[in-house]
Design a protein around this ligand. Structure first.
Ligand code: SF4
Length: 203
């Protein structure tokens, strides 16, 4: 199978590539991540993805446009709805991967996002299935999360740069700002409380 594998970064590609090869599939890596900021971080992750591909001898295609402004426009508009920013982010990357795969003669597409224990797995699966139908290209689904630790070990053996936050400038802020983390916890607690109240009143 001629599989286009969206790579969110080098370290997250370690386990999925190993697993796919063990199953007889030779993927082509595809780096398209307008969600990574600031520029130096994006550049570092791009270089690491290339370094990984070179070390494991895998073909890689890279989109080297840094799209901070486009991302911010979309993200700020999406922030209005709960989960909106990440939903937009998955949608953008998975749609582009599905479209690129369909237009360039691949049999199927997938993403290393399905390796991450931090991403919203079911939402991404639903999104990928939607674009699979829309572009008439097979979505190769595999839950790579059981290989989480193995992937970390491989990335360390290969000496790859490992990033400390998800990607966008908002996630960088959330990673380092205690106040924001506290605020988000409070909001989540409040949402739970409201959901419990509305559940009780329905009963
Ligand atoms: S937190 Fe991660 S998944 Fe969510 S918008 Fe930012 S980069 Fe994308």
């Amino acid at each position: 199978m001629n599989l286009l594998l969206h790579m969110c970064c080098g370290p997250c590609s370690c386990y999925p590539v190993k697993k796919l090869r063990a199953d007889g599939i030779e993927p082509t890596g595809y780096f398209f991540n307008p969600n990574i900021h600031p520029y130096k971080e994006w550049d570092m992750r791009l270089k690491t993805a290339k370094e990984f591909a070179q070390k494991v001898d895998m073909r890689i295609i890279t989109d080297e446009n840094y799209m901070l402004r486009d991302f911010l426009k979309k993200a700020l508009a999406a922030e209005e709805t709960e989960n909106g920013r990440c939903r937009m982010c998955y949608t953008w990357r998975l749609e582009q991967t599905a479209r690129f795969a369909a237009e360039n003669g691949f049999d199927a597409f997938s993403s290393t996002l399905f390796y991450s224990i931090y991403q919203q797995h079911e939402l991404m699966k639903e999104t990928a299935r939607h674009f699979s139908e829309l572009y008439g290209i097979r979505f190769y689904y595999e839950d790579f999360r059981p290989g989480w630790q193995e992937g970390i070990d491989i990335s360390l053996e290969l000496g790859l740069y490992r990033q400390p936050y998800c990607g966008c400038i908002f996630s960088e802020e959330e990673r380092y700002s205690k106040a924001i983390r506290k605020q988000r916890k409070k909001a989540a607690k409040e949402r739970k409380r409201m959901a419990a109240i509305s559940g009780t009143s329905k009963g």
